[in-house]
Write a protein that binds this ligand. Sequence first.
Ligand code: ATP
Length: 486
Amino acid sequence: MANENKLQDLIGHCKEYGFVFQSSEIYDGLGAVYDYGQYGVELKRNIRDYWWRSMTQMHDNIVGIDAAIFMHPTVWKASGHVDNFSDPMIDNKDSKKRYRVDHLIEGFVENLDKEKGEAIINQMEALLAADDFVGLKNLIDDNAMKCPIGGTCNWTDVRQFNLMFATEFGAIAADNPDDNKVYLRPETAQGIFVNFLNVQKSGRMKIPFGIAQTGKAFRNEIVARGFIFRMREFEQMEMQFFVRPGTQKQWYDYWKEERMKWHLSLGISADHYKFHDHIKLAHYADMASDIEYDFPMGFKEVEGIHSRTNFDLTQHQEFSKKKMQYFDADIDPETGKAFGNYIPYVVETSIGLDRTVMMLLSEAYQIEDLSTEERKDDRVVLKFAPFLAPIKLAVFPLTKKDGLPDLAKKLMDECRPMFKCFYEEKDAIGKRYRRQDAIGTPFCVTIDHQSLEDKTVTIRHRDSMLQERVPMSEVKNIVMKSISVF
Ligand code: ATP
């Protein structure tokens, strides 16, 4: 299956089976904003829970917080987002389409031979690093890059476009509208930085320690495409790890490895991941690497690991006039004295929850050819690791009669408190199995007449489609065993 088809098939599947819907679809949707349906929300919650437990439960020195989306406007001045959180963009005057300059150029080089393409990308990266907008415009003009929609080369100048959404705060109109301006946070990290001392003191945390948070972030992306890969409203799962200055390289390497292990624990094969170390660094970073996954559109970032130096805490100290220092009582072996006061360095792990959902859907989605000589047959199956599957167990009475539903409901009642179950008595068993395959349910149990006699049931495994007869009393344990991860 061609990859473009795979993406389209995946989008169709997500809608048909209640994973992801376009926001406000009855009004023709809102660009790059999506809603999660009944199974999507469970998948997303399972990923979020797994990340949360991996961070806060499995590490003694990492705690969580939940900071507000609105923050004092000065936070974003201090962090550099007001001045720097922007992408160079360009408009085509004929088609009126707007492009991120790097996306336009990257799209253009796709049709060139490798050597020429690389030369243009290198030029682009140097120009981006130097904020040379005239140079970028010349690069576009000199190579006669055309608008992918309209096909003309009639371009505006290159301009900066700030990606933060702003809104007004409070009911009283200010003389200057900017006085009431607040931003929807473009990253969750700043909520952690401004609470660094609150958590450190109230939790008596000793360096090195981490603060984790999950929550919504908002970016007015110039071009948002790729389904839930690039959205204007999305969710992040971020962890800031505070370390002693000078130890950041060691912790950066540690978290790169730890995070890759986490990714592999999702049941995704290693050859679908790679690291991409950054050459052009963000204004706050001294080392940065992305974990990239092989999406239907090719290898793209799903998580960033950034060594953010002491940039953010230093900026907040300067702008708030509040000390952001930590007193380290440990003895420095070189001087024989306590390390003393310093502003900690930070290594961050930042992963997009929606991108992780998309990664897991891309990995899990398979169409299997089960055709026989007699008939053609495809099955669509989502092969999620059982602990991530939206529904863990489906329970089917073979018929609606003879007390089979009562026995089936007994099993439901036994299992429901432990994990998410689904009950269905309509249609042929084969059809019911296929519907569960399509949403990724790892186990289906059928209750038949023999079950009434000897209390055994048929359990059917999603991936192998094998069926086995087991005591009904065993079902809960079989599922529990398969979904325990730590
Ligand atoms: P990109 O280069 O793709 O725009 P980024 O480098 O700006 O991403 P970060 O600021 O490092 O991304 O954000 C951390 C993570 O948040 C990303 O790895 C990604 O998973 C997620 N993320 C960022 N922007 C979006 C978005 N618009 N939609 C969905 N997820 C996003």
